[in-house]
Ligand binder design. Structure first.
Ligand code: KG4
Ligand code: ZN
Length: 354
């Protein structure tokens, strides 16, 4: 078999990343330069600063990824790059870099959907995993439940109607004084708290199996596998306000643990309902929130009880990285997907679109 080495680039948010992936599943290097410390000063990602930092770091990160793989550009078969969704200025840096390298070295260019990348992270450490399977993608910008029909082919069963799960983590963390990035901090603090201390709301599902997101914004139509996290976030804020007004002390660890319990319940219950309805035997999680320890434990147990094989990437492959983009690019490459020199950043690119 011909050896295919993909140089992959990811710059959709606040990580500048490059990786070399061989034949789809072997990661030869995975370099990530995080801007988290910088954005922590502002309590969240500042798009303009993110773009400028990507420009500063990208060449260095690409060079290092080749060095760590023990390769030069002459060993590369194709260049893969995230072109959406994400922050437009941030995406453009990676897209311009990938185009420049591919053009100079006469290499094929493969534009990759960021979420397809997150899903593909599961292939790296699970050589046995092949589509079809059910996947819950839970990140700072997205919450999707999808059937992966084939490589790069998806059926979306549900999505969030408002905030993404990671966004709720980040907002609640800020409200309880933990700061940015909220996910890992709540994960840690929640271990000291009581998840049953405060009864925060869960998504209600009626008898017909329709999602009645009782606290979703407005009266919009919701599907049976949709999510909603803005009501939960408001419930936490209301709880804190009420404590403030009545001068009742509140416990940071208990609020973190109780909030997390509500998020985990919704993510587990919706996924397991879909798994039963669609009769799936393989279930995977992906995205930054998929590195959450309470979620992983709960999913592990729920899947074991139902005889479903559970897959999840290592934490470093859950949050943004370029190895997952390299894997997704490989499967697109062997299908014949090629991007032109007019490849552009698409900030709101939908899953399954090109
Ligand atoms: O996938 P990702 O790196 O970027 C996006 O594509 O959005 O996800 C980042 C999100 C952030 O909201 C962060 O707070 C959350 O993932 N996150 C976590 C954990 N680690 C990162 N959430 C819960 N528990 C964690 N351990
Ligand atoms: Zn991401």
């Amino acid at each position: 078999m011909e050896t295919i080495n993909i140089l992959a680039i990811e710059s959709s948010c606040d990580e500048t990343a490059a990786a070399v992936v061989q034949n789809g599943r072997t990661v030869l290097s995975n370099v990530i330069s995080s801007q988290i410390d910088l954005h922590t000063l502002y309590g969240g990602v500042v798009p303009e600063i993110a773009s400028r930092k990507h420009v500063e770091k990208i060449n260095q990160v690409v060079r290092l990824s080749l060095q760590e793989a023990g390769m030069t550009l002459d060993d590369i078969t194709a260049v893969g790059v995230t072109y959406g969704p994400g922050l437009v200025g941030a995406l453009l840096v990676g897209v311009a870099e990938a185009k420049a390298i591919a053009f100079a070295k006469h290499l094929p260019l493969v534009g990759v959907h960021h979420i397809e990348g997150h899903i593909s992270a599961n292939y790296i450490e699970h050589p046995d995993l092949e589509p079809p399977f059910l996947c819950e993608v839970i990140s700072g910008g997205h919450t999707h439940l999808v059937i992966v029909r084939d490589y790069g082919s998806f059926e979306i069963l549900g999505r969030t109607r408002d905030d993404a799960a990671g966004e709720a983590y980040d907002k609640v963390a800020r409200a309880i004084g933990l700061g940015y990035p909220g996910g890992p901090k709540i994960d840690r603090v929640a271990k000291e708290g009581n998840p049953a201390a405060i009864d925060f709301p869960r998504t209600k599902i009626d008898h017909a199996g329709r999602g009645t997101l009782t606290y979703a914004r407005g009266a919009q139509e919701t599907g049976p596998y949709d999510f909603s996290f803005s009501g939960l976030k408001s419930a936490v804020l209301n709880y804190l306000n009420k404590c403030e007004m009545t001068k009742t002390p509140w416990n940071q660890a208990d609020v973190a643990a109780s909030f997390q319990a509500a998020v985990v319940d919704d993510l587990v219950n919706t996924a397991m309902r879909a798994a039963a309805d669609y009769g799936v035997s393989k279930f995977a999680i992906a995205g930054g929130v998929a590195s959450n320890s309470a979620l992983r434990a709960a999913m592990e147990q729920a899947c074991a009880e139902r005889g479903i094989t559970f897959y999840h990437p290592s934490p470093v492959l859950c949050t943004d990285n370029a190895a997952m983009i390299g894997t997704a690019a490989y499967y697109e490459y062997i299908k014949g997907t090629r991007s032109g020199w007019d490849l552009n950043a698409v900030p709101n690119l939908k899953l399954g679109e090109r």
